[in-house]
Design a protein around this ligand. Structure first.
Ligand SMILES: N[C@@H](CCC(=O)N[C@@H](CS)C(=O)NCC(=O)O)C(=O)O
Length: 252
C-alpha cells in the first residue's frame, strides 16, 4: 500500500488527506507550541559547573509540567540523566519509584553520587543548582505561578501526548537520546519513549554544553534529536524516523 500525498485527487474526484503526514504536521506544530509556551527555555547549558561521576536517575513522565521544570534544569546545568518513564497506567517503573520513595508522585530524582533522593520539582531544581550548577536558578524556573502556568501550557499544547502508557517490549539496555528540552522535535521522541516506558539516558547538549564537541565527533553533525540504540546498533537523526523506529521496534 503506497501513501497518498496530501492534496492528491483520486478518481472519485474527492480530495484525500494522507493521515500520517497530516498527523505529523499537527504534532510538529503543537510541539512548537509547547516550546513557545516556555519561551524557548531549555535550549542553553548556561549554568553548568561540574559533572557527577554516576548518572542521575529521574523518574518522570513527559506530560507532567513539574517534570518539565526538572528536565529544563538538567539542560541548564548541562547534566545527563538516566530517565525511567512513569506514564499514567505504566507498570514498569511506576511501582519502582513508588517503592523507592513511598509515593506515586513525579518527578522523583535519585542521585547515587550523594545518596540523595527527593520529590518536589522546586527542591530538585535547587538541589541541582547548588550541587552541580553555579547556584543560580534560571529566571524561567523561579517565576512561581508563571513558571507553572507556562509549563502546564506546554503540556496542554500536546493534549495528553507523553502521559499514558502503551503496550511495549522492554529493551535489554537503556537507549541514549541526545536532546534539548526546548526542541519541539526532541519532545516528540521523548513522548514516544515515555508512552512505551523505554528507559533511556538523556544526553543534554544545549547551546554552550561542554559535551557538544564529543557529540558532533560521534554523530557527525550538531543536530538533535539523535537516538542511539545499543540493543540493535541503530543510530539516527530525524524525529519522525526515530518515532517510527521506536514504535516498530518496541511497540507491542
Ligand atoms: N509539588 C510537586 C507536584 C508534583 C505532582 O503533582 N506531580 C503529578 C504529575 S504532574 C503526579 O505525580 N501525579 C501522580 C501521578 O501521576 O500518579 C512538584 O513540584 O514536584
Amino acid at each position: 500500500m503506497g501513501w497518498t500525498p496530501i492534496g492528491a485527487v483520486p478518481r472519485s474526484g474527492r480530495r484525500v488527506v494522507e493521515a500520517p503526514l497530516m498527523g505529523r504536521t499537527v504534532d510538529v506544530f503543537t510541539s512548537y507550541g509547547a516550546s513557545v509556551a516556555r519561551l524557548g527555555f531549555g535550549l542553553a547549558a548556561s549554568h553548568g559547573r561540574s559533572q557527577p561521576d554516576k548518572l542521575l536517575e529521574l523518574y518522570e513522565f513527559e506530560a507532567c509540567p513539574f517534570c518539565r521544570k526538572v528536565r529544563e534544569a538538567l539542560v541548564a546545568y548541562d547534566l545527563d540523566a538516566k530517565v525511567f518513564p512513569c506514564p499514567q497506567g505504566g507498570t514498569r517503573f511506576r511501582p519502582v519509584a513508588t517503592a523507592l520513595g513511598g509515593r506515586a508522585m513525579f518527578p522523583y530524582l535519585v542521585d547515587p553520587n550523594t545518596g540523595t533522593a527527593m520529590y518536589e520539582s522546586d527542591d530538585i531544581v535547587r538541589y541541582l543548582a547548588t550541587t552541580y550548577g553555579d547556584g543560580v536558578v534560571p529566571l524561567a524556573l523561579r517565576l512561581g505561578p508563571l513558571t507553572m502556568v507556562s509549563s502546564g501550557l506546554a503540556s496542554v499544547a500536546r493534549v495528553g501526548h507523553g502521559g499514558k502508557a502503551r503496550p511495549s517490549k522492554l529493551p535489554a539496555e537503556a537507549l541514549e537520546l541526545y536532546n534539548m528540552e526546548g526542541s519541539p522535535f526532541c519532545r516528540l521522541v521523548r513522548e514516544a519513549l515515555c508512552e512505551l516506558e523505554i528507559p533511556y539516558v538523556v544526553r543534554n547538549v544545549g547551546h554552550g554544553s561542554s559535551r557538544r564537541a564529543a557529540f558532533v565527533a560521534r554523530s557527525g553533525k550538531q543536530m538533535v534529536p539523535y537516538l542511539v540504540d545499543p540493543n540493535t546498533g541503530a543510530a539516527m537523526f530525524e524525529s519522525a524516523d526515530i518515532v517510527a523506529y521506536l514504535n516498530r521496534t518496541y511497540g507491542a
